[in-house]
Design a protein around this ligand. Structure first.
Ligand code: SAM
Length: 331
């Protein structure tokens, strides 16, 4: 197993099934990039083999299926049931939720236990402005379907000063009522935002989020796994009807800027066109298309050198962001 000087190794793999997305969220891509897949995307079978090799070579034990929009591609139907059979301790899917109803049978029959839905507002008009597509009611119906099927649901929200800060409390209330963990993702200096004034104008960080929540709720910091990206808080006495009695409501903040987690980062990304990325703050990428042409034993050997390269890209302290676009490298 490859470990770096800071003691970090890869444990969490994020696979982008396709770069295509039915949304074009304002913070992710400039307008006009909707539905754009990457050139030469790998098939479901190639992505599966890559994941299996990475599990064997890097010691990956957690997998997140993402994109682009993973539920948009037919690859999802083959990929999800197959990865559920791999020796992984955790598999999850990150989706914008628009196709949850359509894919519910595959999701439930695969045995998937948890799902993350990205949702930035409960206001239908604002939803269309932010995502530049989609329909809020469809997402909420899909989300309820997942809860009814017994999946653990987390919701991801990116708060932005000019767009949805007034939605923080309504979103938290919505999630607490349903036993959903809401996670606020601090706006990342990624893609077209990297050199844009918009980023600094719109950034609404951890202290601001906590101050706002403090106007309505009492909360206390609680435990999170050592390599967790999120700082977690409990709101006592906010047990939802779907949670066991006495359990507090929980929310989290993925505080890339305010409390960077680079020092304990265990993440590796595989893009839909077959490149490994070791760090969001680096544009460096490591191809695996040639690895996939080799028999397993040779493939594992070559993969080791690519993994060393990717691990070497990790930053030591500070998240800086990069011009790489989340939907291309697997957000
Ligand atoms: N389509 C899926 C979805 O919407 O969840 C998966 C891909 S999307 C790129 C994954 C996550 O990246 C979403 O939660 C989105 O909010 C987040 N994201 C994209 N660009 C971001 C940025 N600049 N800052 C913070 N989060 C970002």
């Amino acid at each position: 197993m490859i470990v770096d000087a800071q003691g970090r190794r890869f444990r969490n793999l994020r696979v982008s099934l396709t770069a295509a997305c039915n949304y074009a969220c304002t913070y992710c891509v400039p307008d006009g990039k909707r539905l754009q897949a990457a050139v030469a995307e790998l098939s479901a079978a190639e992505l599966l083999r890559a994941v299996r090799l990475l599990v064997e070579s890097a010691g990956i034990d957690k997998l997140r299926i993402t994109g682009g929009e993973p539920l948009l591609t037919p690859k999802f139907d083959e990929f999800l049931p197959a990865v559920m059979k791999l020796p992984l301790t955790d598999v999850s899917v990150t989706t914008n939720g628009q196709f949850l109803a359509k894919k519910a049978d595959i999701i439930v029959s695969s045995g998937l236990k948890r799902i993350n839905v990205s949702l930035d507002t409960l206001n239908p008009l604002r939803f269309r402005t932010l995502a530049r597509s989609g329909d809020l009611e469809t997402v909420l119906a899909g989300l309820e379907l997942m809860l009814d099927a017994g999946l653990k649901v987390k919701v991801n929200m990116v708060p932005m000063k000019s767009a949805n800060v007034d939605q923080i409390l309504p979103m938290l209330e919505y999630c607490l009522e349903r036993g959903i963990e809401l996670r606020f993702i601090e706006l990342m200096n990624m893609g077209h935002l990297k050199y844009s004034a918009t980023y600094h104008r719109d950034f609404f960080g951890m202290d601001d989020i906590l101050s706002l929540i403090g106007t309505r709720y009492e909360f206390a910091r609680t435990d999170a796994p050592f390599d967790s990206t999120s700082v977690r808080y409990e709101i006592p006495d906010h047990a939802s009807p779907t949670r066991p009695p006495g359990r507090a409501g929980v929310f989290g903040i993925i505080a890339n800027e305010s409390e960077p987690f680079c020092a304990s980062c265990t993440r590796l990304r595989l893009s839909s066109n077959g490149y490994l990325y070791g760090c969001l703050s680096s544009t460096k990428r490591h191809p695996i298309a040639d690895v996939l042409k080799l028999p397993d034993d040779q493939a594992r050997t070559l993969l080791q050198s690519r993994l060393m390269g990717a691990l070497g890209d990790k930053q030591t302290v500070q998240f800086k962001g990069e011009v790489t676009v989340m939907k291309f490298i697997g957000g």
